[in-house]
Design a protein around this ligand. Structure first.
Ligand code: G6P
Length: 614
């Protein structure tokens, strides 16, 4: 959700900002802009993508070694040139970029209008920069102090970077509920700042994650200093980045999404490495160690997440209940926090989030924490807000996921949930040794089975060509495969804009069956399971109404072949791990249909990779 980048040092800022914005574009891509300081304050911004901004800046004065850049995902005000960031104060001396929402912007705006301010845009951000200007006018204060004082009046979420024409050696940044990372450059007093580490990694590995309520001053003369909004000095905690540049490139694939689908064998192995010993039957999650006992003693597990991570959470529910016989509730984070949920001290809340920044998930864990529950996180982005606010957790080592539609993060989340459920089952003695060993050994084989499952791509591409013009799709699955049906439908909706619904196979007869006719492709997850025969009956019902069946199956079954228009075969596995394999053809189906429909696969319309607003 909105990408922020800033640079201060000796180098030319513009190319650094543009490269940074291109890396951050997955966070939002409605409009883009930069501001550069070089004696003057020059601002270039326009509706559209970073490439549109590049075209827009053609022939303009682009020098300056202090600059800020922004790529927007609109919240207040439609995406247009005026609403694009950076925004400026009325005297044109201050420029700001912002990610988040200023909740009390209307009140502040009214007050500022009374004081003679006029506004060009519909954004809450413009109000903030005018507020800083107003504060500065009164006290004649240095920029960092004016930002701090202004923020004391602000309600809402923000990550901001501000610069001023009359303090040409400074960048000031602040955060509350929206992420910001500062990269410590190789040259003296050189700093990079961004919403996440992706624009920073090619310049430096040393970073400082800004915490909520902190304000950072990056000064060409005095370096980096951090103070809280209450003006308490903080010592910057410098950490090393684990990411490398290769992880941020497409590596020969046409799209990040395809690259990420193909990376799943690796990302699952990385998520298990050092944690699962299949020969000995041991599972160890180092990140849980301090809170492991709480996890083992939990009376109930509550999983909170959004989007694809919520689908992973649903599989988690099945895993924990099946393996460890513990009650589990899976909640949309956004619903959970607003419905006065019952949370007890012996509950363990697991937050699942690829980005670790989803505002609703973050708010849900804060609520659960207040009520005394133990909070565990399953995050992909190291150092993210959720990973820092949870009591303990396990990272999915999927590597950066750039495609907006989540793929490898989902299967990595399932890997961690499987490991956690196995650990708990072993501790609680809820599973026979033989079943436990069978599952552990099968989990260890999942990466090689993913590689085999990926071989279906050519067939999936062919099937995609047959159905790319359909207006609706139905996805059916039962048991462990029901969340996969939801996830398959979500993938298709997100990137191809075809309406799709996921349904529990047996529920179809209670409604969606009315939709079925010869125009309706129905994707049925018919892998080997305890409900296989029943799924087959469901297929009969669809066929009787002339629906087109695309079945995902494990072994040749003449009956299935007879009923289906297409059968995609993937390797067989233990039923609890089926989602990790059966989702692969569905990811590929969504991908190829979207490509054939000429959709922007990696940056689908209206979506953002990381939703840092409620
Ligand atoms: C956005 C993304 C989805 C993602 C969801 C939750 O909607 O477009 O792909 O599943 O947020 O994100 P999280 O980072 O918390 O997993």
């Amino acid at each position: 959700m909105c990408g922020i980048v800033g640079y201060i040092g000796q180098k030319e800022a513009f190319p650094i900002l543009i490269k940074g914005l291109q890396r951050l574009e997955y966070r939002g891509y409605d409009s883009a802009g930069v501001a550069l300081l070089n004696g003057d304050l020059n601002i270039y911004k326009c509706k559209g993508k970073v490439n549109d901004l590049l075209a827009h800046t053609d022939g303009k004065k682009l020098c300056g070694n202090i600059g800020i850049g922004h790529t927007r995902w609109a919240t207040h005000g439609e995406p247009n040139d005026i609403n694009a960031h950076p925004h400026t104060s009325s005297d044109g001396k201050l420029a700001i970029i912002h990610n988040g929402i200023i909740e009390n912007y209307a009140v502040l705006k009214e007050e500022l209008i009374k004081r003679g301010h006029t506004f060009e845009s519909d954004t809450d951000t413009e109000v903030l920069v005018h507020l800083i200007e107003e504060v500065r006018k009164k006290g004649g204060m240095p920029l960092e102090e004016a930002v701090r004082t202004a923020l004391q009046q602000v309600v809402g979420a923000y990550a901001i970077v501000v610069m001023s024409n009359d303090e040409q050696r400074k960048l000031v940044a602040a955060r509350k509920s929206s992420p910001l990372v500062i990269g410590i450059g190789k040259e003296e007093n050189e700093f990079f700042i961004a919403s996440d580490a992706t624009p920073i990694v090619e310049h430096t590995r040393e970073v400082v994650y800004l915490n909520d309520h902190e304000i950072a001053l990056m000064d060409k003369e005095s370096g980096l200093s951090i103070r809280t909004i209450e003006n308490k000095e903080k010592t910057p905690f410098v950490q090393a980045l684990e990411m490398n540049l290769e992880m941020l490139e497409k590596g020969g694939f046409d799209h990040f999404m395809l690259k990420e689908i193909n990376e799943q064998a690796r990302s699952i192995s990385d998520s298990m490495r050092g944690r699962l010993d299949a020969a000995l039957g041991t599972v160890r999650l180092g990140g849980l160690s301090e809170h492991q006992q709480k996890f083992f003693q939990a009376k109930r597990i509550i999983i909170v997440a959004c989007g694809t991570s919520w689908h992973a959470g649903m599989v988690g529910e099945y895993l924990f209940e099946d393996f460890a016989r513990i009650p589990v509730e899976v909640e949309y984070a956004s619903e959970f926090r607003y419905r006065n949920p019952i949370i007890n001290e012996d509950d363990v809340v697991i937050a699942i989030s690829q980005s670790g920044e989803t505002a609703d998930t973050l708010a849900a864990i804060r609520l659960a924490k207040e009520k005394g529950a133990t909070i565990l996180g399953i995050c992909n982005v190291v150092g993210s807000s959720i990973s820092r606010e949870t009591d303990a957790g396990a990272y999915t080592h999927a590597g950066p996921e750039i495609g907006v539609a989540s793929t490898k993060a989902f299967t990595a989340q399932l890997t961690i949930l499987s490991l956690m459920a196995l650990m708990l089952a072993k501790h609680k003695g809820t599973m026979s040794r033989s079943r436990y060993m069978k599952l552990v050994q099968e989990l260890d084989r999942i990466p090689e089975k993913i590689t085999a499952a990926l071989k279906c791509e050519e067939q999936v591409e062919y099937i995609s060509g047959e159905y790319k013009d359909a207006s609706n799709f139905l996805y059916l699955g039962r048991g462990y495969n029901f969340p996969v049906a939801l996830e398959g439908a979500l993938k298709l909706k997100e990137i191809s804009y075809i309406h799709a619904e996921g349904y529990p196979a047996a529920e179809m007869k209670h409604g969606p069956i009315a939709l079925i006719d010869e125009e309706m492709p129905v994707v049925v997850l018919a892998t080997k399971s305890s409900t296989y025969e029943k799924v087959l009956s469901g297929i009969q019902e669809v066929k009787a109404r002339k629906g087109k069946i695309i079945a995902i199956a494990n072994e040749k079954d003449p009956e299935l072949e007879r009923l289906s228009d297409h059968v995609i075969y993937i390797p067989e596995t233990e039923e609890p791990f089926a989602p990790m394999l059966s989702v692969v053809p569905l990811q590929l189906l969504a991908y190829h249909i979207a490509v054939m429909r000429e959709c922007n696969v990696d940056q689908p319309r209206n979506l953002a990779k990381s939703v840092t607003v409620e």
